[in-house]
Design a protein around this ligand. Structure first.
Ligand SMILES: [Cu+2]
Length: 272
């Protein structure tokens, strides 16, 4: 029976790792189609897979050691006495230093991605916020500057507003200014691997660069009250030209006063 367990623990570890190795093909690890749709998201996925490989190797190694000990215990030499031990100082040192070294390696290796993601001086240069996103119980309010204008810290008369509908252009890095109106929320777009808390009183810049056009879920990842579950929005990534066209249409729809035709409204708009 001892031999069975020795084989079981080693074989189950190998089987588990083999299953995990094919998991990316079945998109088990990540939401959506399994790919990150932002440049930084792909680097974050690479970090994830690196850690997964380290964990897999460690898992097989420890299971193999367990299997070896079980096998030795199941097949004792005749007349062999059991070995009693109060521990091994050498082993203690080894299994303290090796994990510490691995953790230190991971900590240093991920610094570059972390810096690009979170430290302002590492952000891409010349990046204007495309919109201000304000989280509130229980929706995302989005404010865009008027066509050809910069986003100002305070609302302007010609700003364009949407709710739960964030549009961004592709082809270059985009940034948003994230705020909260009430409690703490978290701006989370799983398919972009973008997650940032929205904290009352702070304006937090968040940036990413889309790799594709498409529509991606935006959710709140911080339990913010009874309606947290319905705090859903979307991020629509479109080409620069489509984005500008949409913005123009959104401005016309927003400022249409019901007395002019759309054509004259846009004429009046362009004269402003
Ligand atoms: Cu929330």
């Amino acid at each position: 029976m001892g031999k069975f367990w020795a084989i079981f623990f080693v074989a189950s570890a190998i089987l588990a790792v083999a299953v995990c190795a094919v998991a990316p093909d079945y998109q088990w690890w990540f939401p959506g189609d399994g790919r990150a749709h932002s440049t930084l998201g792909q680097k974050i996925d690479d970090l994830f897979y690196l850690i997964l490989v380290i964990v897999a190797v460690t898992f097989i190694g420890t299971q193999a050691a367990l299997g070896y000990v079980l096998w030795k215990g199941a097949t004792p030499a005749p007349e062999q006495k059991a070995l009693f031990t109060h521990g091994s100082h050498t082993l203690e040192v080894i299994w303290t230093i090796v994990p510490s070294g691995i953790l230190l390696f991971i900590a240093l290796y991920q610094m570059d991605v972390w810096a690009q993601y979170r430290i302002r001086s590492y952000y891409p240069k010349a990046m204007e916020p495309v919109a201000e996103v304000t989280a509130r119980q229980f929706e995302w309010r989005i404010r865009y500057p008027a066509l050809g204008k910069r986003l100002m810290p305070t609302p302007q008369p010609d700003d364009i507003y949407t709710v739960n509908d964030l549009r961004v252009p592709t082809g270059h890095p985009v940034a948003i200014s994230l705020r909260s109106d009430d409690v703490q929320h978290s701006f989370f777009v799983p398919e972009l691997r973008v997650k940032q808390d929205a904290v009352p009183g702070l304006v937090i810049p968040v940036w990413w660069e889309m790799t594709d056009t498409g529509t991606f879920d935006l959710t709140c990842a911080e339990l913010c009250g009874w309606g947290h579950y319905k705090m859903r929005g979307r991020v629509m990534a479109m080409s620069e030209a489509e984005f500008l066209t949409w913005k123009n249409q959104a401005a016309q729809a927003q400022f249409f006063d019901g007395t002019t035709t759309n054509a004259t409204a846009s004429e009046a708009d362009s004269n402003n």
